[in-house]
Design a protein around this ligand. Structure first.
Ligand code: URA
Length: 210
């Protein structure tokens, strides 16, 4: 049985996350910190990727050395806040294929509504990493993963910056096969579906909107 939730408790991740939570942190710093933290989270979410051996010739001799096995990864960004995490992950895995899912949250029902879906071909043969900074109610993440499964994906991981217990439970129920990697598990959601203590609206803080 795979571990469902991984909290990346590395000091650098925790330090950067604290700076991101602070409300006086500027948009530019928030974006830069998110890019840095996403590199570290990407390292964790990919740590069990299968490898195979290949022959290389060093300047001194031939050797058998490990390389990543199999097809290219697919990174799926849940618009729009997912793009902040995507940039850093892509820096670490530049050959990954990239897809986008556009979902917005109905403010009344908190249910996800789809407006965009464009993903790489042959998802069934790829390791798929879904990126979205905030796992709040889990409704849009669970819906996005259902869409990806309908499109053939069968090896999916979910990468976020912050998770609420409600979102983790929702994902566990809907998609027990999907491992979640996050920098922190916060206390709870408020009545508007925001994570507490959280960091506010990740999209607004990243893009300087309100
Ligand atoms: N989305 C956000 O950007 N922030 C939250 O706290 C919850 C959902």
């Amino acid at each position: 049985m795979k571990k469902h939730l991984t909290i990346v408790d590395h000091p650098l991740v925790q330090h950067k996350l604290t700076l991101m939570r602070e409300k006086s942190t500027s948009t530019a710093s928030f974006r830069q910190l998110l890019r840095e933290i996403s590199l570290l989270l990407a390292y964790e979410v990919t740590r069990d990727l299968p490898i195979t051996m290949t022959t290389v010739e060093t300047p001194l001799m031939e050797m058998e050395a490990p390389v990543l096995k199999g097809k290219k990864l697919a990174l799926i960004s849940i618009l729009r806040a997912g793009n902040g995490l995507l940039d850093g992950v892509l820096e670490l895995i530049p050959s990954a294929r990239v897809g986008y899912i556009g979902l917005y949250r109905d403010e009344e029902t908190l249910q996800p509504v789809q407006y965009y879906f464009k993903v790489p071909k042959e998802l069934e043969n790829r390791t798929v990493i879904v990126v979205d900074p905030m796992l709040a109610t889990g409704n849009s993440s669970a819906a996005a993963i259902s869409l990806l499964k309908q499109a053939g994906a069968n090896d999916i991981r979910f990468l976020c910056l912050l998770a609420a217990p409600e979102g983790v439970r929702r994902m566990e129920e809907a998609h027990p096969d999907v491992r979640i990697v996050t920098a922190a598990l916060d206390e709870r959601l408020n009545e508007k579906g925001y994570i507490l203590p959280g960091l506010g609206d990740a999209g607004d803080r990243m893009f300087g909107t309100k």
